[in-house]
Design a protein around this ligand. Sequence first.
Ligand code: SF4
Length: 354
Amino acid sequence: MENRLKRKIYDGGRITAEEALELYSWDFIDLAKAGDMRRGLVFPQEEVGFIIDRIINFTNICEASCSFCAFHARADHIEAYSLSIHEICEKVQELVDAGGSQVMLQGGLHPDYTFDTYLEMVRTIKKKFPKIFLHSFSPAELAHISRKNNITLDEIVKSLKEAGLDSVPGASDLLVERIRKKVSPKKITVTQWCEVMNTLCIYGMKSSATMTYGMGETSAEQIEHLRVIRNVQDQTGIIRAFIPWSFSPARTGLEYITPATGIEYLKIVAIGRIFLDNIIYIQAGWLTEGMKLAQIALTSGANDMGGVLMEEVVVKATGIETMTNMDELVEIIRNAGKIPVKRDSGYNIIRKYS
Ligand code: SF4
């Protein structure tokens, strides 16, 4: 089986979910080599990009209360906050001053924000900072805005795009109903996530897909997550990048879970690369996995380092405080035998570091 599957992978064939499951039993080095070989098929270049961006978590007030999330707060909690549009713009200005180009606005599912709150945020930022690329909100937020305001998803996406929203992160968590019912029963279902992605496609908006694994799911359920993403990508072609990261149980309602290991992370990167044959970029998750593991991911199928991230508070809420800067990213990429490049949100090269 392994030899036949190996041949299929090295011949560039599309593997089935059953075959992907088989990969978990492979020797890790063989798997990483296969992942890197498949990376070469869709992305033969040796460049590894990064972008200077800032996540602005404009509110942590959220009515979903997912048990895997250490970030959210109820409105009456002492740590609950909501940034004013003035405070948001100050943060964007700091990003612009640092040479950054992309903003990710993301917040909890606020019970009282109207559609206008979101439209105003987008319009004001775009008016003041027309060159900033707004890669913002999430399928869960868009579905929440639609439900709360009784406005169709089509109208929400169309209006946000007209206001200046450029693309939407795919924030997928784990696209497996059994796990979602357990850890995020009030968040969107798998079917709704797919609906949002299809709607983004209709309005010509790009997205991404993530994978938060290590929440008590089986290997077969991890592959099920990848299968949903591959299907959506086959239908839409809007997913620019796949970004897997391990779940950090500290300070969440799932503290009893043992965190995933480094080898498990690298296997997910390699299996993701082999299975997701229709996605060009796989990001190495330095924020959750640390710099050294992210560097090794670049030899197992990953080909992007994501953002330098001027600010991040969601992962920080779990106690992880990995920080980086451009010089460190350039060095880490170069030291992995790759060519560091600064890129824009569309993955176009802005500067190559020799
Ligand atoms: S993961 Fe998102 S939707 Fe769930 S509680 Fe946290 S902020 Fe709210």
